[in-house]
Design a binder for this molecule. Structure first.
Ligand SMILES: C[S@@+](CC[C@H](N)C(=O)[O-])C[C@H]1O[C@@H](n2cnc3c(N)ncnc32)[C@H](O)[C@@H]1O
Length: 160
């Protein structure tokens, strides 16, 4: 199964949006600390709403703690504006962990070095970055499309 990891997120509203996305798409999320807010932060809860209780969430105090808890197989796929490979040119696999950097600073060199692949969402020239939750929606959507990982439930034809 594809999963999402947030490296030291620093904007609770964005974390709430990613958690809601993951709840709706039935994808586990890891939050890698230290993290400047708590899960009961009202800004996070306002965005994540009652979806938060549906997320398979793990929290890790540090990057080494996250690495130690990871399953032995499964790739770490880092999303970074510094990559020169588009996410649409990548063959995703079940077991991939999509790792997103912090809003203020991305990820440090050690995290870049640990990644099995580094991918970017191509952007218009001169623009810096997407909102992390927007980047997550794009890339997670493509990873689930490729791996057949979208939840299967759709309303019956004609249902309101
Ligand atoms: C606001 S951006 C941080 C920008 C930061 N200056 C950097 O270099 O990563 C927060 C996170 O969203 C993701 N992100 C945003 N735009 C992206 C893009 N065009 N391609 C890949 N990841 C992106 C990355 O994981 C990034 O670390």
């Amino acid at each position: 199964m594809v999963s999402v990891a947030l490296y030291q997120p620093d904007i609770p509203q964005n974390a709430g949006a990613v958690l809601r996305l993951a709840a709706c798409l039935d994808v586990p999320v890891a939050i890698i600390g230290p993290c400047g807010f708590l899960l009961d932060d009202r800004r996070l809860r306002r965005v994540g709403m009652d979806y938060l209780r549906c997320v398979a969430l793990s929290r890790h105090a540090s990057w080494p703690a996250f690495l130690a808890a990871r399953p032995p197989n499964g790739r770490l796929v880092l999303l970074t504006t510094a990559a020169n490979r588009a996410y649409t040119d990548f063959r995703f696999a079940a077991g991939d962990c999509l790792l997103f950097g912090r809003e203020s600073a991305g990820v440090p060199d050690a995290v870049h070095a640990a990644a099995d692949a580094r991918l970017a969402v191509p952007m218009a020239p001169g623009l810096r970055s997407l909102n992390v939750a927007t980047a997550a929606a794009l890339v997670l959507g493509e990873a689930l499309r490729q791996t057949g990982g979208f939840p299967r439930q759709l309303p019956a034809e004609g249902a309101a």
